[in-house]
Design a protein around this ligand. Structure first.
Ligand code: NAI
Length: 270
């Protein structure tokens, strides 16, 4: 069911790789709610993913951009403004990658070049999206910028290795840039701390399946799905959340506030 929440709004959605991606589901919902969208992803993901299918489905253009490249992002904003005929009302940063996780390196054995890559791709790129958008005057007043985070930024989850540090930086950037953009243009900046979700990035993490089940049993509402997350993102892009900014918003079925659940106690007693 659609409510026309994003009628007349324009925005950029990054990170749609396949139909499981949080960004993919968000693009479909944002389109249903009346938004005009430009899709973007890393040039390599264009070849591997199915983003063309999504673009066709929602009548959107794709502009490839490596989120770590300022030049690519300048091109992304400039072309998006041309294509959509104006500035952006919303931007979704749905990007994460750790070469150390991909290659199974433990936290005490990190490759530091890869660590820097993890931080650049998963956190600094959030800053770049905002700095470039601001410098090019490509962001509309009262706009909304959203990034995706994970609770490993606050509590230790050993399998999340250097991504935990990247998410802590991401959340800090939301506060620091949120202050700046709030003052200058009334733009809000938030991160959503999402439940474990069955996507390419999620299931690439060691022990993900067991952890997914654990989180499901710990959360009174169960894990929030990618679809639930897309709904929440749309609400943050809409005018219904104009005064929410500089927050890390838990979207996790109650996981972050639960010490232990009855289901986990039962499992421990077996
Ligand atoms: P996904 O694998 O579908 O999306 C990750 C995207 O990042 C891909 O589209 C990939 O092409 C893109 N990407 C990687 N390097 C890039 C670069 N250099 N430039 C531009 N794009 C690049 O997975 P998912 O789960 O939808 O991930 C989206 C966000 O949600 C990520 O920030 C992830 O850390 C976060 N998240 C995911 C959770 C999960 O369990 N799946 C839980 C909490 C947060």
């Amino acid at each position: 069911m659609s409510y026309g929440l994003l009628k007349g709004k324009k925005g950029i959605i990054s990170g749609a790789l396949d139909e499981n991606s949080i960004a993919w589901k968000t693009a479909i919902k944002a389109h249903e709610e009346g938004a005009q969208i430009v899709l973007t992803n890393a040039p390599i993901a264009m070849r591997m993913g199915k983003i063309n299918e999504l673009a066709e489905q929602i009548g959107a253009e794709i502009i490839p951009a490596d989120a770590t490249s300022v030049e690519d992002l300048e091109n992304l904003y400039t072309k998006s403004m041309e294509l959509l005929g104006g500035k952006m009302d919303f931007v979704l940063h749905s990007i994460g990658m750790s070469p150390n996780i991909r290659k199974g390196r433990a936290y005490g054995d990190l490759n530091y070049d890869w660590f820097l890559k993890s931080i650049d791709i998963s956190a600094l790129s959030f800053h770049k999206f905002m700095q470039v958008g601001d410098k090019l005057d490509a962001l509309n007043d009262w706009g909304s910028v959203v990034g995706l985070s994970y609770i490993a930024a606050q509590k230790t989850f050993p399998f999340y290795t250097d991504m935990a540090d990247a998410k802590a930086v991401l959340e800090s950037i939301a506060r620091s840039f949120g202050y700046r953009l709030g003052k200058s243009k009334k733009i809000r900046v938030n991160t959503i701390s999402q439940s474990p979700t069955m996507t390419t990035a999620g299931s690439g993490i060691g022990g993900f399946d067991s952890f997914f089940d654990f989180a499901e049993k710990m959360s009174p509402l169960g894990n929030a799905t990618g679809e639930n997350c897309a709904d929440y993102i749309v609400s943050l892009f809409s005018d219904l959340t104009k005064m929410v900014t500089m927050q890390n918003l838990y979207h996790d079925g109650g996981y972050s506030s639960t010490g232990i659940s009855e289901e986990i106690i039962e499992m421990m007693q077996k």
